[in-house]
Design a protein around this ligand. Structure first.
Ligand code: FES
Ligand code: FES
Length: 178
């Protein structure tokens, strides 16, 4: 089957009953989507499918044909998302690191749909990700810091400090309608 992964169409050898996680790990050597529970309960296998975080261990690979898949490998290789990786390191939001790819992918999906989340939004977005080491307190702080850095890099912080969509400051609209 053909899958579009991190912006590149790739031929993947997978059986109809194989999960997306199996196709990524065994078929393509993309081991960032970790296998922890294997039945949709921990979030460690999270990838982004057409803009939404999904659990690759309970999704058939064949159902993902024609859709855009992003994995942690693609996020880590994209300079635009370096602030997120840096913030996770700075806040030490990991211990053994096994759950970290799932958290990072979930965080990226959150920032895609809401570039300026609050603490509650961060915690809610990460509610499906489990960390056996108990690193929970630092994830939201890392995401908030990354959101600010990404907005600053993109020049999307308005004069009042709010983060607005790219291009709005340049157009003089400053986040207002019209
Ligand atoms: S390994 Fe997929 S949700 Fe746990
Ligand atoms: S850092 Fe070890 S499971 Fe989360």
């Amino acid at each position: 089957m053909e899958l579009e992964i991190n912006g590149r169409k790739q031929q993947v050898s997978a059986e109809p009953h194989h999960t997306l996680q199996q196709a990524l790990r065994s078929g393509l050597g993309l081991t960032g989507a970790k296998h922890m529970c294997g039945h949709g309960a921990c979030g460690s296998c999270t990838v982004i499918l057409d803009g939404r975080p999904v659990l690759s261990c309970i999704l058939l690979a064949c159902m993902c044909e024609g859709k855009a898949i992003q994995t942690v490998e693609g996020i880590a290789a994209d300079p635009a998302w370096k602030p997120l990786i840096d913030a996770y390191c700075k806040w030490d939001a990991m211990q053994c690191g096994y759950c970290t790819p799932g958290f990072l992918v979930t965080a990226k999906a959150l920032l895609d749909r809401d570039p300026s989340p609050g603490l509650d939004e961060c915690r809610e977005a990460l509610a499906g990700n489990i960390c056996i080491c108990g690193t929970y307190p630092r994830h939201a702080e890392a995401i908030l810091e990354a959101a600010g850095k990404i907005a600053a890099d993109a020049g999307t912080i308005a004069a009042d400090g709010t983060i607005v969509a790219a291009g709005m400051i340049a157009s003089g609209r400053g986040g207002q309608d019209g």
